[in-house]
Design a protein around this ligand. Structure first.
Ligand SMILES: C[S@@+](CC[C@H](N)C(=O)[O-])C[C@H]1O[C@@H](n2cnc3c(N)ncnc32)[C@H](O)[C@@H]1O
Length: 402
């Protein structure tokens, strides 16, 4: 694979300029250009593509745009909804309906002296939005919820709301994971105006993407667990897997997605957030970390990783288990996946290495070894780019044959 430096070629930034790919950002979304290259080079073009870690649906949408059949799996219900919405067909009537309701929502957001309506039970919500902004959002959300809409129009309204709520928040997505910027409290009038104008801008941008037709090829988003991907997808056969699994770096998707998930009703308290992250590979939010204290790797898995795990355990027992569990889960996933990949097919995993204390975890090498152990052949590793975090951290494509 030819690697060109710069221009965000291998990062989510390369996606943002492009139509539906930019509908909602998730920091670890991967490069659209890379996905397109891998789709173009696929060996078993007679069979569908699979992405077992869908995220924001980059592989699914790239395939859909190219008219290539694709199935995808995702554990997180919010991302399942988002991926479905990104590849849905929107007729002009649905777009007009959404635009009309968003105009009403923007007027409600702008209303001065109006009360605050429902706000989500998000912990420390004032870190995300000042009071005036939060109340303007709450009125817009109530308007969107109350409207009599077709399902597609409702999706567009919710997408516009999601884009806006992050646009007016104190969250900063400039780093690998989300952080909070120093809060600047706008005047109440300015806060209301920002919410209203972002709703309008978001809808205008969504309408442009929604108007672009997608070829009518097969595309399916299944909610399920990649550790049991064969059961979740009913034993179908795939020619190519193009995916980016979670990295073993303690990044939590729940943490990143909290604001959307609380507003849209996918989460109602910290406990449900921790439970969902415990089911995610590499999950680390709330209860997911405390559960690791009692977790023990199966004896067979422990042998392969022992020296690495011991080095990390010298500093932190919990983090050594975190790393161990990540590779146990990925091995389980690859063993299940093996049942679905046809002879002559190929798998491609975009993954980053990680570092705990002074121990570099060679995720790419361990994953390549796990692919081999699961029955894939000729694993190979290509270094794609240096990550913006610590100096030894890179992103790789780990591939193998079916
Ligand atoms: C690196 S992200 C994928 C990003 C995606 N390539 C994109 O462009 O948006 C990994 C995804 O795996 C999902 N995930 C984690 N554990 C999972 C599991 N056990 N089964 C299915 N999906 C899981 C996470 O929710 C997250 O969306």
């Amino acid at each position: 694979m030819q690697v060109k430096a710069g221009a965000g070629r291998f990062t989510f930034r390369g996606n943002l300029r492009d139509t539906r790919h930019g509908w909602l950002r998730l920091t670890p979304a991967y490069s659209l250009h890379l996905v397109r290259e891998l789709v173009a080079r696929r060996t078993r073009a007679d069979l569908p593509v699979l992405d077992p870690f869908c995220g924001t649906g980059t592989t699914l949408l790239a395939c859909s745009e190219l008219g290539v059949p694709c199935d995808t799996l995702e554990l997180n219900p919010f991302l399942v909804w988002l991926a479905r919405a990104k590849v849905a067909r929107y007729d002009p009537a649905a777009v007009r309906q959404a635009q009309a309701l968003l105009e009403t929502a923007a007027r409600r957001a702008l209303a001065s002296r109006a009360s605050c309506e429902w706000t989500p039970p998000l912990h420390n919500i004032e870190r995300w939005w000042d009071r005036a902004t939060l109340c303007a959002l709450s009125r817009a959300w109530t308007a969107i919820q109350g409207g009599d809409l077709s399902p597609r129009a409702r999706d567009l309204c919710r997408l516009a709301f999601c884009r806006s709520l992050v646009g007016v928040s104190s969250a900063s997505f400039r780093h690998q994971s989300m952080s909070f910027a120093k809060p600047v409290t706008p005047t109440a009038a300015r806060a209301r105006a920002r919410v209203a104008s972002l709703l309008g801008e978001s809808m205008a941008s969504l309408a442009r993407g929604a108007a672009l037709p997608l070829p009518s090829t097969r595309r399916r988003v299944v909610q399920g667990d990649a550790r049991a991907v064969a059961q979740a997808l009913g034993g179908r056969s795939y020619g190519t897997v193009i995916t980016s699994p979670p990295y073993a770096n303690r990044m939590s998707y729940i943490r990143e997605l909290r604001p959307y998930m609380y507003w849209l009703g996918h989460l109602s308290d910290g406990r449900s957030a921790g439970e969902l992250d415990w089911r995610a590979i590499g999950g680390t939010w709330g209860q997911a970390t405390s559960n690791l204290v009692h977790w023990r790797a199966p004896a067979a898995a422990r042998r392969g990783l022992s020296s690495l795990v011991r080095s990390i355990a010298q500093e932190s027992a919990v983090l050594s288990r975190y790393v161990e569990r990540y590779f146990v889960d990925m091995a389980q996933h690859l063993a299940s996946l093996r049942q679905l990949v046809a002879d002559g097919g190929s798998i491609h995993y975009v993954v980053g290495n990680s570092k705990f204390f002074d121990v570099v975890v060679p995720v790419e090498e361990l994953l390549a070894a796990e692919m081999k152990a699961a029955g894939f052949s000729r694993p190979r590793i290509e270094r794609l780019r240096k990550r913006t975090s610590k100096k030894e951290l890179y992103e790789f494509a780990v591939s193998a044959a079916g």
